[in-house]
Write a protein that binds this ligand. Structure first.
Ligand SMILES: Nc1nc2c(ncn2[C@@H]2O[C@H](COP(=O)(O)OP(=O)(O)OP(=O)(O)O)[C@@H](O)[C@H]2O)c(=O)[nH]1
Ligand SMILES: [Mg+2]
Length: 177
């Protein structure tokens, strides 16, 4: 059995935990807690913040075909857990970075995460997933694409509904083919 490790990264509220739960064939191991006073990021960036945030890692898995098992790891988006990102990245063969395009902090989130993962984006197999897309945000997609081309990063950018299994399988397939 082949094994492929995929990392999900991106800011809090982008949909990493949801994405992994959507495709996993096992009950997802996750470390969700109710938001605390330490969590200022989702309060600042989301007009309607979700109730829970990940403080450890999410883990799920599924078979992409008879002989390949995909192992999915999600890291917490809050920067106070940044030390986990490089740790969990080790040994992964693909990285998906998700952004909530409706976030109030969208510009600073793309700027921070694209620069933080610049080396990975330049050298590894990656895809950028845009969650909560709507046409009113088309300018924000251009903003992301401009940032990527400025940094000479050439990775696919796709709109996904992290709650939709087909969408998530398509995104993951871009990383395993
Ligand atoms: N209404 C709506 N909700 C969405 C959409 N996409 C994602 N969501 C919701 O957005 C939230 C995303 O939360 P999580 O999956 O916990 O985000 P996360 O990236 O794991 O966040 P951290 O663990 O804090 O880093 C979930 O409540 C989703 O149901 C969408 O298109 N529409
Ligand atoms: Mg999470």
């Amino acid at each position: 059995m082949d094994e492929i490790k995929i990392l999900f990264a991106g800011p809090t509220g982008a949909g990493k935990t949801t994405a992994i739960s959507t495709v996993s064939e096992i009950s997802v191991v996750s470390t969700e807690v109710f938001r605390s006073s330490l969590d200022t990021e989702s309060l600042n960036s989301h007009s309607d913040p979700k109730n829970t945030v990940t403080i450890g890692i999410d883990y799920g898995e599924f078979s992409i075909n008879a002989h390949t098992r995909v192992r999915l790891y999600g890291v917490p988006g809050q920067v106070r857990f940044e030390f986990l990102w490089d740790l969990i990245y080790q040994g992964s063969s693909g990285t998906a970075i998700l952004f909530d395009i409706s976030s109030n902090a969208y510009t600073s989130e793309i700027d921070f995460f694209i620069n933080r993962f610049r080396k990975v984006l330049l050298e590894d197999r990656c895809v950028i997933g845009i969650s909560k897309f709507a046409e009113i945000y088309l300018d924000r997609v251009d903003e992301l694409k401009d940032l990527l081309s400025e940094l000479k990063i050439n990775v696919p950018v796709v709109a996904v509904d992290v709650r939709n299994k087909e969408d998530m399988l398509q995104l993951i397939e871009m990383l395993v083919k």
